[in-house]
Design a protein around this ligand. Structure first.
Ligand code: KIV
Length: 279
């Protein structure tokens, strides 16, 4: 399993980190079998698995439920679990208890927190001191979609770029082990990547980040209708799945499924219950 030191070494040697989200046993199993470096149990599960229109309704309970399934499917892969909406804002005590629950119950290696205000920097330090590694998340932070005014590219002017760079440095100084950069111009992501000591993992942040992360369902075009510009789909499970289910339904209706090879038999008819049925 990847360690924090390996991640750091990969950054130094310019070997890119490949991360993918997973939300359940089969997606985690497939991600591990494919050889991904890290798995993120993202709160994006609210949208791609639970059908919500944002990540805001996702709870600690949801994250634990899905995190446990991911761990069962990928026992040898570094797993990061998102701290969901408002689970790290109400009080430091509640934040620490939520992080403890997430780590102890899912057996994940790290938690991920969106943002970089004073409170989050403090939380990052406290969690790190308590032995819980933190992955930070800047740029488009979906839990703040209503404050940001939509899913938009962030850091597009000098002031916003300088703030993002300073936030990134503060998070690294506070002990974060990696930084997810979502939807920022590639030029800004390249500067942040060069200026901070921890690996950056980009999603819609261009090729110069130390790693990339994408949502499992986006990569496979699985249950999602519209893909963001930054996604490259590598399969089309929507159409493969639909075609396959249509073929199954048609076989059932035509009575060509199940066939002999899908059926169990009793050869000795004396072993069947007695009825008045004609042979
Ligand atoms: O929840 C998630 O999947 C994420 C990624 C988009 C980075 O935070």
């Amino acid at each position: 399993m990847l360690t924090r030191t390996d991640m750091q070494k990969m950054k130094m040697e310019n070997r890119k980190i490949a991360m993918v989200t997973a939300y359940d046993f089969p997606s985690a199993k497939t991600a591990q079998a494919a050889g991904v470096d890290m798995i993120l149990v993202g709160d994006s599960l609210g949208m791609v698995v639970l059908g919500y229109d944002s990540t805001i309704k996702v709870t600690i309970g949801d994250m634990i439920h899905h995190g446990k399934a991911v761990r069962r499917g990928a026992q040898d892969t570094f797993v990061v679990v998102d701290m969901p909406f408002m689970s790290f804002h109400i009080s430091q005590d509640q934040t620490m208890q939520n992080a403890q629950k997430l780590i102890q119950e899912t057996d994940a290696q790290a938690v991920k927190l969106e943002g970089a205000n004073e409170e989050i920097l403090h939380t990052t330090r406290r969690l790190t001191e308590a032995g819980i590694p933190v992955v930070a998340h800047l740029g488009l932070t979906p839990q703040s979609v209503n404050v940001l005014g939509g899913y938009k590219v962030q850091g597009k002017d000098r002031e916003a770029g300088e703030k993002l760079l300073q936030d990134a440095k503060n998070l690294a100084d506070s002990g974060a082990i990696a930084l997810v950069l979502e939807c920022v111009p590639e030029e800004l992501a390249a500067i942040v990547t060069e200026e901070i000591i921890i690996p950056t993992i980009g999603i819609g942040a261009g090729p110069d980040c130390d790693g990339q992360v994408l949502v499992y369902h986006d990569i496979l075009k699985y249950g999602v209708d519209r893909l963001p510009k930054f996604v490259k789909p590598y399969a089309d499970f929507n159409s493969t799945g639909k075609d396959s289910l249509e073929a199954y339904i048609s076989d059932v209706r035509k009575q060509t499924f199940p066939a002999a090879e899908h059926t169990f038999n009793i050869k000795d008819k004396n072993l069947l219950p007695k009825t008045n049925r004609k042979e």
